[in-house]
Design a protein around this ligand. Structure first.
Ligand code: CA
Length: 219
């Protein structure tokens, strides 16, 4: 039986073969599988809150009641392990879920793999998966650590902006009610120092689950 990691490398190699590339090396995505909880925190305490190590920016309208929009840890549907993240809005709100900035080397090619389960009960749209490249630690987050344990304990809302972004590439899921592997691949700009992996719902009702987000540098 193939290990999960082998399957991942296999998927990437299949994709990369068509580009004439032959090797991908995994890079760490902090809590990319959503299994990590802050120290001493129980599942009961963490479920329903923004996942540890992820930043959620939610743009609401005053007409939307509390609780109708969320980016929350869930055990209702997972690709692997015990937990995944659920993005939900039943109105035309926007949700941006972003990873901790990951150090990279400019000029290299990166591939990100997202597992997305779009539910078709609210809309006929799909979740968009992004790689966003930044020049230094002065991206939209400035000097603030939105991914720390302290930020999790305070459930600090994330921010977001594109004015300092060097470039971005994205792909959307295409199917409903099944786990789909969505791959995003791009060359990092020469002056890029960080990439963030993001999920974006632009002003639409959506109900989706995301799990096992991975990143590889392609050599
Ligand atoms: Ca998981």
């Amino acid at each position: 039986m193939r290990t999960f990691r082998t399957v991942v490398i296999f998927v990437l190699c299949v994709l990369l073969a068509s580009f004439g590339l032959v090797y991908a090396q995994d890079l760490a995505v902090f809590n990319g599988d959503f299994e990590l909880l802050p120290e001493g925190v129980t599942a009961e305490e963490a479920l329903g809150k923004t996942p540890y190590g992820w930043s959620a920016s939610i743009a609401t309208a005053p007409t939307i009641p509390d609780g109708h929009i969320s980016a929350s840890l869930t055990d209702a549907k997972v690709f692997s392990g015990k937990f995944a993240v659920r993005l939900y809005t039943n109105d035309a709100a926007s949700i941006l879920l972003s990873s901790r900035p990951i150090p990279i080397q400019g000029g290299l090619t990166y591939a990100a793999l997202f597992r997305i389960f779009d539910v078709d009960d609210l809309a006929t749209n799909h979740t968009q998966a992004y790689m966003e490249f930044w020049a230094d630690d002065q991206g939209w987050w400035g000097h603030r650590d939105f991914w720390s344990e302290e930020s999790w304990r305070e459930q600090t809302p994330g921010g977001w902006g594109t004015s300092k972004r060097l470039s971005a590439v994205w792909a959307a899921a295409k199917s409903f009610n099944t786990w789909e592997e969505v791959i995003v691949m791009a060359d990092a700009p020469a002056n890029a120092k960080y990439v963030t992996l993001s999920l974006w719902i632009p002003r639409r009702p959506m109900h989706t689950y995301i799990d096992e987000i991975q990143l590889a540098v392609v050599e």
